[in-house]
Write a protein that binds this ligand. Sequence first.
Ligand code: TYM
Length: 334
Amino acid sequence: MKKEIITKHKELVFSGVQPSSGQVHLGNYLGAMRRFVTLSAKHETIICLVDLHALTSVQDPDKLSENTLSLAAAYLAIGLNPEQVTIFRQSDVIEVCELCWYLSCFFPLGLLERAHAFKDVKAQNANVNSGVMFYPVLMAADVLLYRGTKVPVGADQKQHVEMMRDVAIRVNNQCGEIFPLPEPLIEESTGVIVGLDGRKMSKRYNNYIGLFEDAKSARKKIMSIVTDSKSVEDKKDPETCNVFKLYKLLATDQEVNALAERYRAGGMGYGHAKEELFQVYERTFGPMREKYNDWMSKPEELKVILAAGAKKARAVAHHTMALLRGKLGLGEIL
Ligand code: TYM
């Protein structure tokens, strides 16, 4: 019975990235954004620029709006087509804040206190703002407002998607099957992309390679990737090497096998592997960088695309909120 009702919900891919810096990085792209493009070819897709989430860390208004346009340019440069995909800015559909409140009334506080991301930030900053704690509630509101069913993200977001499933079940138990249960789409091979120092690539650790860095700076960063101290002659294990881990995700199968063999054979230094990585980085992101720079020179066009996306997203949001308000015993919107 339950299954029948749930399958009534149509499949919808929903995901987002925070405009929390001027640069998306390889971790964002390989962990999540690359799949926004492939999934959008098969499913209805909504991709958000989650500026309200970014507000937990960026409180300079000029920076936030610049970062938002830069992220819009990035979405288009990687190949998202606004004719096929709804691309919009989170704060343009403010019902998300209304839903965030309703969900927070169903969200056990203990769940928020135990969230890994919150605990990490709190461990580093005693003056953490409460937006950081409510981050998972707002994220649940994002997906549930549009009734997303598939959420492509990196492994660090698994717990957040589990939390949104949990709250969707709680609301459905009380209000009927309003929300589909979102499922995280996390890939084994790209769930955690490593950064220059071998830790997870992150803006916070400053160990990232930007997607659209100029060639010189990208090369410099790639040359600084941490490796072990084996000499040129030594045989090496590609699978444990940070350079190879990135190479594998950008090169063709043939190239990957050829480089792996050179690692295993010995006689190749890490400098050579880094040069190979730089070549595939440039091949992949050089053309995207041009598109990105081109979009960045047309901010007015970017704003038009975001406004059109918001209009489409708002229509879905109104529908969900109208359903839910009645079920909660709240008044109609007059
Ligand atoms: P953000 O901007 O922090 O990250 C955007 C996406 O990049 C992924 N990611 C990584 N994946 C693999 N390896 C890495 N080193 C790496 N670094 C980042 C993140 O997992 C994420 O998928 N909370 C979300 C934004 C959000 C959202 C949503 C996502 C807000 N509402 C609703 C999906 C649905 C985030 O982490 O943004």
